[in-house]
Structure formats: C-alpha cells, structure tokens
Design a protein around this ligand. Structure first.
Ligand SMILES: Nc1ncnc2c1ncn2[C@@H]1O[C@H](COP(=O)(O)OP(=O)(O)OP(=O)(O)O)[C@@H](O)[C@H]1O
Length: 242
C-alpha cells in the first residue's frame, strides 16, 4: 500500500442482481491526478461512493490512505464533491462553507482563511452573502467544489467537477488542481467526460460495464491503441470495431 493513496482489491457490487462493478482492482499512487472515464451508467459514481465508504462492496477490500474503508479519519482526509450538490439552500454561500468547515478540526482563524481561499478560487467571493436558493446551477457546482477544498484534504475526489462551469473558470480550476498536486502533493481523483480534461491527468482509468478496460498515462494509452483521442482508445480497448 505504502505509496498508494487508493487500493482497490477485487471489489464487486451488484444492485438488484445487476452487476454494476465487476471484480475490479486498481492502485492509485499518492500525489497523482487520476481521471476516471466512462459512459453514463458504467459505475463511476458507485466506485467513488465505495472509495468514500458510502456504499459497501459485496466483495473485495478497499484501502484509502493506509486505512481500510470505512474509517473515521478518512472523513477529514478526503474532500468529496458529489455529482449532485448537497447544499443548504436556505443558508448563504458563506454559511454553507462555514457549516462544512466546522465539521473539520480547524481553528477559527484557519477556518476563515480556508473559506476565503476556497470562495475566491471559484469566484464566489462577491456572492457569499446570497442564499444558495438564488444561485445558478454553475454557482452551486462552484460552491460544492469550494466546500471540498475548505478542509485542506490529502485526497480530493471530484465527481464531474466542471459540468456547467464556463470555460474560463474551468481552465482556472484545472490550473489549481494541478498546482494542488504539484505543490501540495494532493492526490486527486476526478470523473470526467471531457477529453481536454482527460489529457491533463497523470493516469486514466477507463470503465465500461463495471470493468477497467484500459489504464495508463494519456500518452501511453493513445500510443498503445494507435488512437487520435480517448474516444478512440475507449472503443478500441472495449473491442468495438471503428
Ligand atoms: N442505489 C442504487 N440502486 C440501484 N441501482 C443503482 C444504484 N446506484 C446506481 N445504480 C445503477 O448502477 C449503474 C451505475 O450507476 P453509476 O451512478 O455508478 O454510473 P455513472 O458511471 O456514475 O454514471 P453517470 O456518468 O451518468 O453519472 C446504473 O445502472 C445505475 O442505475
């Protein structure tokens, strides 16, 4: 485990007899930015929820940051941004940020600093006093990302973090993710459908019907499958004729 942030060992999950995650193993090294790619319904969110300890696998073992999942310590060590925003609509953006920041053991000063950092990163500083009820879809995504960053976690798990976010902010968010990885040695797992985002990951894992059908660096995957883009890698790795 040592150098791995996440270690999935033959995990399996069925919902109502339907195999959603086939026996699947994957090692994610610490300090890397990993992209999880795959079509809608292939099991990405289920996999993430199992890594978070929110869903129990039927079989197999999961270790995250040297702890067997689930583990209380992981609640503070993982910053999670879910696909659907879990926000308090009747509270302001700032109140939401403070609510979540209070769940972690930060001093009052640290909390204020982290809230300011996270809000400014996603360009929400000027909207912090408005109720989330009045936020647009994109603003809610940005607030959810800010919440995931507030606690300064070792591992960030972001489920489609840039859906509904404009290209300028999307670029800035990616620059920050890469800075967090390079300068602060965070491990970051993102799910994405965006090919330009996939290109920026250190490693990609492609999921289809609950199986990892391809895993490697963006460069190696394209070279191995002699593919011009990741859609083509996906099709070739899955044995689809082009
Ligand atoms: N709690 C549940 N009960 C029953 N079926 C479920 C449950 N959660 C997920 N599923 C099913 O498992 C499959 C995988 O769902 P999952 O949300 O993991 O896909 P995904 O790859 O994240 O899709 P998307 O990209 O659309 O978010 C789907 O067929 C879904 O209907």
């Amino acid at each position: 485990m040592g150098n791995n942030a996440i270690s999935l060992n033959s995990i399996e999950k069925k919902f109502h007899q339907k195999q959603v995650i086939a026996p699947l193993s994957l090692e994610i090294p610490k300090g890397q930015l990993i992209g999880l790619l795959g079509p809608s319904g292939c099991g990405k969110t289920t996999l993430i929820k199992m890594i978070m300890g929110m869903i129990k696998p039927d079989n197999g073992h999961i270790k995250v940051l040297n702890h067997t999942v689930p583990h209380k310590q992981l609640l503070t060590d993982i910053g999670y941004m879910a696909q659907s925003d879990a926000l308090y609509l009747d509270l302001t953006g700032e109140e939401n940020l403070h609510f979540f920041a209070k769940l972690y053991r930060l001093s009052k000063k640290e909390r204020a600093e982290r809230v300011n950092y996270a809000a400014s990163l996603v360009h929400l500083t000027d909207d912090l006093n408005s109720k989330v009820l009045n936020y647009s879809g994109g603003m809610k995504r940005r607030l959810s990302l800010a919440i995931a960053l507030t606690q300064n976690p070792k591992l960030l798990i972001l489920d489609e973090p840039t859906v509904g976010i404009d290209p300028v902010l999307k670029k800035e968010i990616w620059q920050e993710l890469i800075r967090l990885k390079n300068d602060e040695h965070k491990t970051i797992l993102v799910t994405t459908h965006a090919m330009d985002e996939a290109e920026r990951c250190d490693q990609l894992a492609m999921l289809r019907n609950g199986h990892i059908i391809a895993h490697g660096t963006p460069h190696d995957l394209k070279a191995h499958y002699q593919a011009k883009d990741f859609d083509e890698v996906f099709l070739k790795a899955g044995g689809e004729a082009l």
